[in-house]
Ligand binder design. Structure first.
Ligand code: PLP
Length: 396
């Protein structure tokens, strides 16, 4: 018999996937142009020209063995150095190639990191709501226990009181994600400073270092001049999990990295654990072609102004109708307050107008729906009538 736990994970489709499949079915029935599918976080802008050009050059090389062959387990040294150079130039840090482990995207970065940092079923990893639902699986799969920290409403910064209460001798790590999926909120510098202070104090109190895992696939997608503090500069025991899925619109290519800075306590041992976890999970040698693309395109991004256009359209449009939303400063999600207490019922009701909005319960927070606005801009324009009708149903 197969593993009960894995059967459970594999049999239950996520609410997001359910909605996406429902959207495809509705599109066959009423036409794609009449379905307003805000379910999936799949980038709707192409990768930048530099990525295409570099990939074509690499694939036209006379030495295809070098292009497609295995790299070292932790990734190609030139790629890791290019990533370090880009971060150092952008954030004034001093990383080297040895601080990086190349991975198959943020999901792999997180599963490797969690496997590396946790061991006993008593180990606890704190997850700040609202959160990417896969964190729960990733923590459990690493062998530890996920502990949810309730959301801080309405600003969706860190809920410090609840976080402090949940830290104990079993706490190994805290996961943060800013810019955030699903709220679109960016943690302020004040939040990061306060978090760093709390984790330093608590680490002393419990007698071991608490790791801060910063999941950053949306780092570059921010609006209105908002800056995303570089977390390693505020708290030494920070491990960064990064991915090019969103910044370069390469979700299907599975490429990203883990950063273990020298300032981490026993940094080289932690890095060795990351290498060990990568090996144990079968995540050695991230996709070779795309490692080499990253070596040339580490500082590039897709045309991110597209998301700002969409953000303005949906946020201003919904506010004008009367909806309440979390302040969307980054990523490409809008967190809309449900017009009835049960967000599942609200999401179900929205389907009457072919509006597909993800209820917030699986993000660890009740009473909201998430709209992923990484969609064609004209779909947002066309969906406003549906949003208006939905609103009127609750107000009349
Ligand atoms: N973390 C967050 C917050 C995400 O939103 C996602 C994907 O949407 C991931 C991690 C996984 O990213 P990747 O596709 O790079 O594995």
């Amino acid at each position: 018999m197969a593993s009960e736990k894995m059967i459970q994970y594999g049999s239950k489709r996520s609410v997001i996937r359910e909605l996406f499949e429902y959207g495809n079915q509705r599109a066959r029935e009423v036409g794609r142009e009449n379905v307003f599918d805000y379910s999936l976080g799949n980038p709707a802008v192409p990768a930048p020209a530099a990525v295409q050009k570099t990939a074509i050059e690499l694939l036209s090389s006379d030495d295809l063995m070098a292009v497609h062959g295995y790299t070292s387990a932790q990734g190609d040294a030139a790629t890791r150095q290019a990533v370090a150079d880009h971060l150092n130039a952008t954030y004034g840090t001093a990383f080297t190639a040895d601080n990086f482990y190349m991975t198959c995207g943020a999901a792999a970065s997180l599963t490797i990191t969690l496997k590396a940092l946790t061991e006993s079923p008593e180990d606890e990893v704190l997850i700040n709501a609202p959160f990417f639902p896969e964190y729960l699986l990733f923590v459990e799969n690493g062998g530890a226990k996920p502990v949810v920290v309730p959301a801080h409403e309405p600003d969706f910064q860190v809920n410090f009181e609840a976080l402090a209460e949940r830290i104990n001798v079993h706490t190994r790590a805290v996961i943060i994600n800013s810019p955030n999926n699903p709220s679109g909120v960016v943690y302020s510098e004040e939040t990061i400073e306060k978090l760093a202070d709390l984790l330093r104090t608590k680490s002393k109190e419990i007698g071991h270092s608490i790791f801060l895992i910063s999941d950053e696939p949306y780092r570059e997608i921010v609006f209105d001049g908002v800056t995303v503090p570089y977390v390693t500069k505020y708290y030494d025991n920070t491990i960064v999990c990064y991915s090019y899925s969103k910044s370069l619109s390469l979700p299907g290519e599975r490429i990203g990295w883990i950063l273990v800075p020298d300032a981490v306590t026993e940094s080289r041992t932690v890095y060795a654990a990351v290498c060990g976890a990568g090996r144990a999970l079968g995540f050695v040698c991230a996709p070779s072609l795309f490692q080499k693309v990253i070596a040339k395109c580490a500082g590039e991004t897709s045309d991110l102004s597209f998301y700002r256009t969409n953000r303005d359209l949906i946020y201003n449009g919904l506010k004008k109708i009367g909806y309440e939303c979390a302040e969307p400063s980054g990523a490409f999600y809008l967190f809309i307050r449900s017009l009835e207490p049960d967000a599942n019922a609200f999401s179900e009701h929205a389907k009457r107008y072919n509006l597909l909005l993800v209820p917030s319960d699986d993000f660890g927070c009740t009473g909201y729906v998430r709209a992923a606005y990484c969609v064609k801009t004209d779909m947002i324009e066309r969906s406003m009538t549906a949003f208006r009708k939905l609103y009127d149903d609750y107000r009349s």
